[in-house]
Design a protein around this ligand. Sequence first.
Ligand code: ZN
Length: 446
Amino acid sequence: MRFLIRWMLMLSLLTSQAVVAATSSIENVRAWLAPDNIRLVFDLSSPVSHNVFMLDNPLRLVLDIEQSALGVDVDRLGLEKGPIKSVRTGKRGDGVRLVLDLDEDVSPKSFQLDPNDQYGHRLVLDLALARSATVEKAQEPQPISQGPLRDIVVAVDAGHGGEDPGALGPDRLREKDVVLAIAKEVARLIDAEPGYRAELIRSGDYYVSLRGRTLKARKLNADLFVSIHADAARDKRARGASVWVLSGRGASSEMGRWLAQRENGADLIGGVGSVSLEDKDDLLASVLLDMSMTASQSSSREVAKRVHSNIAGFARMHKPYVEQAGFVVLKSPDIPSILVETGFISNPSEAAKLRQRGYQKQMARAVYEGIKAHFWERPPAMTHVAAKKRTGAVLAGADRTYKVVPGDTLSVIAVRNGVSLDELRRANQLNGDRIRVGQVLRIPAS
Ligand SMILES: [Zn+2]
């Protein structure tokens, strides 16, 4: 009897060791659908060997994961999104075979990720949709100096997304959701403003790479790139919103990268009239790049200051000034770019605010007003806003002007001139009620 127990114990030890060493368990699969790709993420108990290939008639993708076992019911995961019609699974040797039936051609790419503080070992399968390639080809750079008036294009970037939740707050509050809500509201406000068009860099819960974000903004010929984030810190007391522009150091290293890479592609620098750097010698290319980068950075700082002071009107700020860092998404040499950290999601009281729809809207409005005020001050050439500003000056006969004297307040001026406070603010692109002596205000005719 004792012998039998010992024997059974040994046998079970042997088999369990064999299982641990040889088999990775597929514990979960998540699917994230983006406009131009679908990403599947497999949570694994250990790294695996795998193989991906496509088959025709019917169109399908086969993923073989060697020495693995399914630890989850794939049918219940709702992976049938985008081009994926159905998912079948089966055993193949000592591993698992997954077959995705597709109704559209894709080009698959796969890679594995090491554990981080949120996830363990992962296998990522990216399926680029074939249709996105044709869309990209159709996009031609826009003529800068001729043609009809155009809208000012603002690229609104909600940070993180999909597999990357960003910062995490109390009660499962996730940065990726908060910033998407705020970004959508910024875009809505911009789209409602004549002469402006907003483009969301991501419009749903999926991930876009950092370089992919700036690339998309360049393809859209964006006049401004605004990235929305929320902070986190180990110290739960850390708090305050902040506004960031690219640091000088980040800018010069990026210029080096552009110069080094310019032979590789016909990259255009929009800020100095869509010139290609490809056929320029080193010196000329670096001068052009420098001009473009300098102009973008000065605009970035101006927008950032306005947004910073608008947010400071209702929220606690992390620093009383615009901050600088080498964030990758701020590195476009020809698109003014800012990054807004809307507060610390790791701070319980700021998280509670960031969760509220009203607060999100207030934050969005502060960003939007800053953008609008900046472009009214410096409208890009050949835009509706530039034309409106010019004709506005010509037609000023219809409106009146008033010079602020000591003791004036905006509301008194509004009442005296029979206009609403809101109309007066709008006519003068004011965000708050602050006015200064000597300031000339436009009194709208209506
Ligand atoms: Zn973030």
